[in-house]
Write a protein that binds this ligand. Structure first.
Ligand SMILES: C[S@@+](CC[C@H](N)C(=O)[O-])C[C@H]1O[C@@H](n2cnc3c(N)ncnc32)[C@H](O)[C@@H]1O
Length: 181
C-alpha cells in the first residue's frame, strides 16, 4: 500500500517537473512569450469578427492547446493549422485533436519559419514585439482576401479594419483587432 502511494507521488512529481521544465524551456525558445490560453468565452466573437467560412483554413501562430482551432473546426467547419514551440501544450493539442478527430494539424516548429500563404485567417495571441516582427511577414506572404485577427495586441503600422470588444474583464486584452489583406 505504502509502495503504491509512493509510486503515485513519484509519478505526480515527475509529471509536474516535466511540465515546469517545458514551460521554462518554452519561454527561452519563444523569446519570453508565455503559454496563456485565450478565454473560451471569446472564441465565437473572434471567429465571427473575421467572418470565418466553412472550408477556409485558419492558422494559429503559437496555438497552445489548439482549442481555438478545434472550436473553429467543430462550429465553423474550417480546417486548422497550428504552430507551437512549448512542449506540453503541443502534446495536449495532439491529444485533443486525436480525441475530437478535428481537422486540425499542429507542428512543433517556430512559426517564423512557416509559410503563411495557405492561410485564409491567421489568429495571434502574442506580444507587441512579436506582432511588430510578424507585420512584414504578413505583407510578404498572406494572399489577397486573407484576414489577421489579433487578441489583445495591434500590428504597429497597419490600419485596423475592425475592432471588437470581447467578454474578457481585462480591458486591454479584451479587444480583438482585425486586419484585411
Ligand atoms: C499567449 S499563448 C496563446 C496560445 C493560444 N494561441 C491561445 O490563444 O490559446 C502564446 C503561445 O505562442 C507560443 N509561441 C510563441 N512564440 C512562438 C514561435 N515563434 N513559434 C511557435 N510558437 C510560439 C508560446 O509557446 C505560447 O504557447
Amino acid at each position: 500500500m505504502y509502495l503504491l502511494i509512493l509510486l503515485i507521488i513519484l509519478i505526480i512529481t515527475i509529471v509536474t517537473l516535466v511540465m515546469m521544465l517545458s514551460i521554462v524551456w518554452g519561454l527561452i525558445v519563444t523569446g519570453g512569450v508565455p503559454f496563456i490560453s485565450t478565454n473560451k468565452k471569446d472564441f465565437q466573437a473572434i471567429l465571427e469578427a473575421v467572418n470565418l467560412k466553412p472550408s477556409e483554413t485558419i492558422y494559429d501562430l503559437g496555438c497552445g492547446k489548439a482549442h481555438l482551432l478545434i472550436y473553429a473546426n467543430k462550429h465553423f467547419n474550417s480546417k486548422g493549422i497550428g504552430y507551437e514551440l512549448t512542449l506540453w501544450p503541443y502534446l495536449w493539442a495532439k491529444f485533443k485533436i486525436y480525441l475530437t478527430k478535428a481537422k486540425v494539424k499542429v507542428f512543433r516548429t517556430n512559426f517564423f519559419g512557416a509559410n503563411l500563404s495557405g492561410a485564409d485567417v491567421v489568429f495571434c495571441y502574442l506580444f507587441p514585439e512579436v506582432m511588430a516582427k510578424l507585420e512584414p511577414k504578413f505583407e510578404a506572404e498572406l494572399k489577397s482576401g486573407s484576414r489577421v485577427v489579433s487578441y489583445g495586441f495591434r500590428l504597429p503600422n497597419k490600419k485596423v479594419n475592425r475592432e471588437v470588444i470581447t467578454n474578457d474583464d481585462n480591458v486591454e486584452l479584451g479587444k480583438i483587432y482585425v486586419y484585411e489583406y
